[in-house]
Design a protein around this ligand. Structure first.
Ligand code: AGP
Length: 366
């Protein structure tokens, strides 16, 4: 169908800006305000089966894998089912044990990524139960899986994934709620998540209003050769996605580390040349994260903090404050400023924003 940049300078900015609507579309018809559950008919799974899994293994490539890391944390926190994510490209080559008590979840925006498709086919060959979280309806991966969740985010044209990433995280929140409510997630916690999910579109809109401010920070930091991204637990997959986005479209070197690992090595990189983007959710790790910021500043490193409150000037040079939701859902909101940061850095450096060098929108070959 007809699809253009709709008055935006790039598809990427259009797709970032669409997220209030695309997140709403991923949620549409799936939240039950009465029983605080999620309706996910596409899973094709009865109640007995939904209760039967002992583990969840999530696979995907690149940004899909990072959104899967957010998903694994959501499933562990809300459903208390052990879950982890792994790059599909690695999984398919290491002859993994295919466990009958594990639910496998394959993530793909395009539904055509060859490594992810090959991993799904290998799983199915060995009797694994696989569901998909996919954007492109009727795509190869969507056809191969036993059921799943469509994102309904609409076509994503820009090579860098943005709206598919946030919609995937939202789909995982729905899945975690769905599993949680047949395990031991209380009705009160179910309501908390249902209400939190419903608030996301308006909160994303609030973040988008800070675009000019984020552009100023992007211009300030775009001249640096390398940028460190750090986050703890819920903030870590967000940091990884932020670094990936920046690398992909601005070609600025970026590293993502768990904030807790800095002192085990990469702190040696920190100094006036290397600024840090710190993801600081307002959760039980807030104090630990603030201590880390102090350690970075003490080595002369500049800090741009992405969090939910204005930091002390001693701890951060700059800050982007985003609205607060439930702690489990905050990673979704904390991702949005990083997309805008990468976008504006790429524009400032006059990169080919929608078609970065050496990359394809979907890697359909080995
Ligand atoms: C994201 O910005 C990248 N272009 C890339 O990592 C992408 O997410 C990955 O190739 C997976 O694509 P898929 O979701 O279409 O399978």
């Amino acid at each position: 169908g007809h699809y253009d940049t709709g008055g935006f300078e790039h598809y990427l900015l259009k797709e970032i800006s669409e997220q209030p609507e695309t997140v709403a579309r991923t949620l549409r018809g799936r939240l039950d305000e009465r029983f605080h559950i999620a309706h996910l008919g596409g899973l094709n799974m009865d109640a007995r089966e939904t209760r039967s899994f002992r583990r969840v293994k999530i696979i995907g490539c690149g940004s899909a894998y990072y959104s899967g890391q957010i998903g694994a944390q959501l499933i562990e926190e809300l459903a208390r089912i052990p879950a982890d994510a792994e790059p599909a490209s690695e999984f398919r080559y290491r002859n993994p044990v295919v466990d009958p008590d594990t639910l496998y979840v394959a993530i793909s925006q395009s539904g055509e990524t060859y490594d992810t498709l090959a991993a799904v086919q290998e799983l199915k060959r060995k009797g694994g139960r696989v569901i998909g979280i996919v954007n492109a309806v009727g795509s190869a991966i969507a056809r191969e899986v036993d059921g799943g969740i469509y994102l309904h985010a609409g076509p994503e044209v820009s090579v860098a994934s943005t709206k598919a990433f946030t919609s995937t995280a939202v789909a995982f929140a729905l899945l975690a709620l769905h599993f949680g409510r047949v395990h031991d997630l209380s009705p009160a916690d179910g309501r908390r998540i249902v209400d939190g999910l419903a608030k996301l579109p308006d909160q994303i809109e609030e973040i988008l209003k800070q675009g000019d401010r984020i552009r100023d920070f992007a211009r300030k930091y775009a001249g640096r050769p390398s940028i460190m991204f750090v986050g703890r637990v819920r903030g870590y997959p967000v940091a990884r996605e932020g670094a990936q986005k920046l690398k992909e479209i601005s070609y600025i070197h970026a590293e993502a580390y768990p904030a807790s690992e800095l002192k085990h090595g990469p702190l040696a990189l920190i100094g006036p040349e290397m600024p840090t983007v710190a993801i600081v959710p307002d959760d039980e790790l807030l104090d630990k994260n603030l201590t880390t910021l102090g350690e970075i500043r003490a080595r002369g490193g500049n800090v741009l903090m992405i969090g939910h409150r204005e930091p002390d000037a001693k701890l951060a040079d700059d800050a982007i404050v985003v609205p607060k939701n439930e702690i489990e859902l905050d990673p979704i909101l904390l991702t949005i400023p990083l997309q805008l940061l990468a976008y504006h850095a790429a524009v400032a450096l006059e990169r080919d924003v929608d078609k970065p060098r050496n990359l394809a929108k979907s890697v359909t070959v080995e």
